[in-house]
Design a protein around this ligand. Structure first.
Ligand SMILES: Nc1ncnc2c1ncn2[C@@H]1O[C@H](COP(=O)(O)OP(=O)(O)OP(=O)(O)O)[C@@H](O)[C@H]1O
Ligand SMILES: [Mg+2]
Length: 297
């Protein structure tokens, strides 16, 4: 498959390149719209004054549908191995149910949302994660397509699917997709909303701010686990340009989006350490964007 037009996303820093003062990439969790009314209000508000790209997850929802449809999936090292039947359900749920619901909810709030996946316009270029089937990490972004949407005043709502090197549709972790887009579009901020108030340390307390080195140590110690691993790695990749920042925060807070952008006491900020932004430690796929596939829907 031709990789023409792909801006590569490096496995490690520098992350966000020349920051676009306006652009914010917001990743929402994968729960239903009913659970996210307030955050969707806030995204619609933000989009009145800033360019916004929304990326959504949906792992729990995909799991529900796989079970309902009786499609067996197996886990290896905590990762779902995605075969063809599982990918079919994953694509249907993410690009179908989850994406259209979110687009409709944003449009109902006067936001000119347009649903795409990483497959549309070949927006997200993936690389297969060895041994996990149809699962990829993001190795590049075609910014021109997203720019066209943004410059026309649309809010792209991106489902986490990508094309691999052969043009095959793959499942990607939504945090990885958001980090790739933030990098590829030179976003000013990467906001990763989730269901916890931030990254917790060994004592269980929320960490205000962490460097890539802190993140690597906490992952190695097993303090950061599960879906928080790709999230922290994604935040690390979204670093390095002056003024750009990445935040992991609770999407359930009534003022989550504004606070993630403005309040240093809210969520966990991931900042470049003294050596600048780097990869967040072992487990990343070499040259494949630095975010392993833990939690890929
Ligand atoms: N050190 C940690 N601090 C905070 N949360 C952690 C930590 N280690 C593991 N976690 C887990 O990571 C989870 C967040 O990742 P998860 O992938 O489940 O959510 P999400 O990415 O918001 O949703 P989705 O994957 O559906 O988009 C938390 O709910 C928590 O259980
Ligand atoms: Mg997740």
């Amino acid at each position: 498959m031709s990789r023409e037009g792909v801006a590569p996303v490096p496995a490690s820093g520098p992350g966000i390149g020349t920051p676009d003062a306006g652009l914010v990439v917001v990743k929402l969790g994968g729960t239903t719209i009913a659970g996210q009314e307030r955050v969707i209000d806030q995204v619609a508000d933000l989009a009145r004054t800033r360019q916004v790209v929304v990326v959504h997850g949906g792992g729990a929802r995909v799991t529900g549908w796989l079970e309902r449809l009786g499609v067996p999936t197996r886990f290896e090292d905590g990762l779902r191995v995605t075969d063809e039947p599982a990918l079919e359900v994953t694509a249907a749920v993410l690009r179908g149910a989850a994406n259209v619901e979110l687009v409709a909810a944003l449009r109902a709030r006067g936001c000119d949302a347009v649903g795409v996946s990483g497959v549309d316009g070949a927006l997200l270029a993936g690389r297969r994660v060895h041994g996990k089937g149809l699962v990829a990490t993001i190795m590049g972004v075609r910014p021109a397509f997203a720019r066209t949407l943004l410059d026309a005043g649309h809010v792209p709502v991106v489902a986490p699917l990508a094309l691999d090197e052969q043009g095959v549709v793959c499942n990607v972790n939504a945090d990885d997709a958001a980090a790739g887009l933030a990098h590829g579009l030179g976003a000013h901020a990467l906001v990763l909303l989730t269901d916890v108030d931030g990254v917790r340390g060994a004592d269980g307390a929320r960490i205000d701010s962490m460097t890539a080195d802190d993140a690597a140590a906490l992952i190695a110690a097993g303090v950061i686990a599960g879906g928080m691993i790709p999230k922290v790695r994604a935040a690390v990749r979204g670093l390095s340009a002056p003024g750009a920042h990445a935040v992991i925060a609770d999407g359930g807070d009534p003022d989550a989006v504004r606070r993630a952008l403005e309040d240093p006491g809210f969520g966990t900020r991931v900042v470049a350490g003294p050596g600048g932004a780097r990869d967040a430690g072992p487990g990343s796929v070499p040259s494949a964007g630095g975010v392993a596939a833990e939690g890929a829907a």
